[in-house]
Design a protein around this ligand. Structure first.
Ligand code: PEP
Ligand code: MG
Length: 756
């Protein structure tokens, strides 16, 4: 063998030459094996390529019987070659035939060879094939030889991934990423979308392996690692990504890995071998993958995923591709795929191109789900391992009715979805037919059905849905879209457009609910351990009264001469309502004094989102003009369960006794004080949940526009008084499973829950 420090370099240069030569992909493969055998002084060199079914086919050989090429197939996991592919790590044996995994194939004529060295051909951590050298004499290959063959395998991976070799898998593909598959998750935003995958955080495919100047590569690697550390610190400091729960934990793990001396040492050792910084990262990732995957337990596999992500991040830094895909040219039928995503990140995308979203995190009431609904994007959350199960450009169907994502669907599945989409369109048509019909229950109670909004793009929804008004206008969303703070006049023009579009229909503007997972890049916000329970919403706006005053002034101006409805988020103490109201009154008197345009009448409501308020409902209703229940927050705080945490999403039920009792108490208090109450959390948009709300006596709800039709169909088919009598009984007893009872009631009473 040539000296180890030169061997790989010479070999790689030769292989590069071969790859640039004329001829078919197969001819080049044949030349490659000859060259490797020659330079590694091996009697045999063979390449096995992984096929779609996971088997390995002998694609080229020097030394073994040529007739066996394309004839010898090793089943998944079969033989030493199968073992290497399964474990994604080298096998180095001086006596191959005594190894328990050895599988004798007479057609190859390999019985005369004793020593065996095989390495996986890896690309983006996926096994594309196996590269083997064999010798007659029993010998153990030294570490440098193993390394040389591994580096050679990287070049070979490039050749296989180029698509030049007929029958080999494409770039980054594995047998698993070429087959159709289904990933089950939770519906975040209803709808059905068919399109093509765009990874929110694009993957880098390493193209240049050989360094011209190893010292320069070392410097690039060091700088890249430094930048990586800084970006992670930065992400942890930014609250929109670092809310409590899963995402924060992942980032903390990234930070640990980014400082892990084992990983850093391996990278730094490898950069000495003449590879580019990118190739080094890829190389170490491949080795680590092999080591981690051997540990069968879930904990290690999860850590590998974190390290894999981190390697991707470092690669993106090295190639200067650090942004998300939001700035790229997107296909018209984009389905975004990500591990996690904040609401602001989704808003960064061109809405006209994005049809669907699939993420590994996220609960149904997370803000990214709310934004997806507002934008009419079909979205699924908690889709386990979706990122590693797809390749960019894969066809995918997002069924955000059943919560399933169909990856690389077969023509039959696509046809079935065309049917489903038609059926859905028909159902939508039926709902459309209800548009102008007032929402009156079977027993004659008029229910106000409002929509939630927050962006100017929501305006047409009001007309399309036939809603009674806007029950929640999340004013912070337009702030999140803006690169800098929205000044008073700009705000006023947005609010005016909304008010004018609504005409006679009421619009309830919620004052800024900043904090938690909704941060404004231009507004300083100190790091908090628990931002959802931190300095957010009314807590922040009372402290920053200039911001609050500017918003109130803008609202008063926008509503000039009309009625204005404003509600205050996250009220915990009635005294906060009193303080906020005093500011509004002050603004009103200033307007009167200076002759500024102002609303004719102003109604100020409180959002009930914090359980402490449940213990002081009479005090609240005595002073507030109305109340609106923010069930997304109320439920998360009642159960102490983060609304963004996918792991907790299935654990607590909004149709359980604690929630229903709390709602019934609120309705009772509102009736005592003769003040309106409504609910604007996500539960109002689910027909069964909405039915329960009417059952506890609510007469007004507000929901995502797409839910209005199904909820109206439910209202029209319900005897609300009968349900209320039933529910009063259930809530007085310690009913253990109200959801089941509600389902039973709906079935008996033939309430339309939109399921057929
Ligand atoms: C809620 O908490 O239910 C609510 C409507 O407010 P948001 O989802 O914006 O926190
Ligand atoms: Mg809320």
């Amino acid at each position: 063998m040539p000296p180890a420090d030169q061997g790989p370099m010479i070999l790689i240069r030769r292989l590069r030459q071969i790859m640039a030569e004329r001829g078919t992909g197969q001819e080049r493969l044949d030349r490659i094996v000859r060259q490797i055998a020659n330079l590694m002084v091996a009697e045999v060199c063979s390449i096995y390529v992984r096929r779609q079914d996971g088997s390995l086919e002998l694609f080229a050989t020097e030394g073994l019987n040529h007739d066996a090429v394309h004839q010898t197939h090793m089943k998944r996991g079969e033989g030493l070659v199968g073992l290497i592919a399964e474990q994604a790590e080298p096998v180095n044996l001086s006596e191959a035939q005594t190894h328990p995994a050895f599988s004798f194939r007479p057609e190859t004529g390999e019985e005369v060879y004793h020593s065996f060295l095989g390495v996986p051909v890896l690309r983006s951590g996926n096994v594309l094939g196996v590269l083997v050298v064999q010798n007659r004499t029993p010998r153990h290959y030294i570490d440098d030889e193993v390394e040389a063959l591994e580096t050679t395998a990287m070049v070979l991976a490039e050749h296989l991934a180029s698509g030049d070799v007929a029958g080999a898998l494409g770039p980054g593909q594995t047998a698993a990423t070429t087959r159709p598959g289904v990933v089950k998750g939770q519906v975040l935003s209803e709808g059905i979308a068919l399109g093509h995958v765009v990874l929110h955080e694009p993957r880098v495919v390493v193209k240049t392996l050989l360094a011209d100047d190893p010292e320069r590569e070392r410097a690039r690697l060091d700088a890249g690692i430094e930048t990586l550390r800084l970006t992670i610190d930065d992400m942890l400091a930014r609250r929109d990504l670092a809310g409590p729960g899963e995402h924060r934990e992942v980032l903390e793990t990234y930070r640990l890995f980014a400082h892990d001396s084992g990983w850093i040492n391996r990278l730094q050792e490898a950069v000495g071998s003449g590879l580019t910084a990118e190739a080094v990262v890829e190389r170490v990732r491949n080795d680590t993958r092999a080591r981690m995957l051997r540990k069968a337990d879930a904990y290690w596999r999860e850590r590998f995923r974190d390290l894999d992500d981190l390697s991707d991040r470092l690669l993106r830094i090295l190639v200067g591709r650090t942004g998300t895909a939001a700035g790229d040219a997107l296909p018209d039928d984009t389905i975004l795929v990500a591990r996690g995503m904040g609401p602001a990140e989704l808003l960064d995308y061109d809405r006209t191109k994005v049809r669907g979203l699939i993420i590994e995190e996220g609960g149904a009431s997370s803000h990214v789900a709310i934004v997806a609904k507002a934008l009419g994007i079909a979205a699924i959350g908690q889709a386990e391992r979706i990122v590693e199960s797809v390749e960019p450009g894969d066809a995918v169907i997002v069924d955000a009715e059943s919560g399933e994502a169909h990856l690389r669907p077969s023509p039959e599945v696509i046809a079935a979805y065309a049917d489903k989409a038609r059926f859905r369109a028909k159902r939508q048509q039926r709902y459309q037919g209800l548009r102008d019909q007032p929402a009156v229950t079977r027993d004659g109670t008029r229910i106000a059905l409002n929509i939630n909004a927050g962006l100017l793009v929501d305006i047409p929804h009001l007309e399309e849905s036939g809603a009674d008004g806007i029950g929640l206008f999340r004013t912070e969303l337009e702030f999140m879209l803006s690169p800098n703070i929205l000044l008073k006049d700009k705000q006023a023009s947005i609010y005016r457009r909304i008010i004018e579009a609504a005409g006679d229909r009421p619009v309830v503007f919620r004052t800024l609910d900043i904090g938690g997972d909704k941060l404004l890049p231009y507004l300083r916000h100190d790091k908090e351990e628990n931002p959802a329970m931190g300095w957010r919403a009314i807590r922040m706006t009372l402290d920053r009264s200039a911001l609050f005053r500017a918003q109130i002034r803008a609202l008063l101006k926008a509503a000039s001469g009309r009625d204005l409805r404003v509600m205050l988020p996250m009220i915990t103490e009635p005294s906060e309502y009193v303080r906020a109201r005093a500011i509004v009154d002050d603004e009103l008197s200033m307007a009167a004094r200076f002759g500024w345009p102002a609303a004719a009448r102003i109604y100020i409501g409180a959002m009930i989102e914090v359980p402490a308020l449940l213990m002081q409902l009479d005090r609240l209703f005595a002073i507030a003009d109305f109340a609106s229940i923010g069930s997304n927050d109320l439920v998360q705080f009642l159960f102490a369960a983060d609304r963004n945490n996918a792991r907790l999403a299935g654990r607590y039920d909004s149709l359980s006794l604690p929630v229903l009792r709390a709602l019934a108490q609120i309705v009772a208090a509102s009736e005592r004080h003769d003040k309106p109450v409504t609910l604007c959390g996500e539960m109002a948009g689910r027909p069964l949940e909405a039915m329960a709300l009417l059952g506890v006596g609510m007469r007004s709800v507000s929901m995502a526009p797409a839910s209005l039709g199904p909820v109206k169909a439910m209202v029209l088919s319900l005897d609300a008084a009968k349900l209320r009598r039933r529910m009063t009984g259930w809530l007085a007893d310690d009913m253990s499973d109200p959801r089941a009872e509600l389902e039973r009631f709906a079935a008996e009473e033939r309430v339309d829950l939109g399921r057929t």
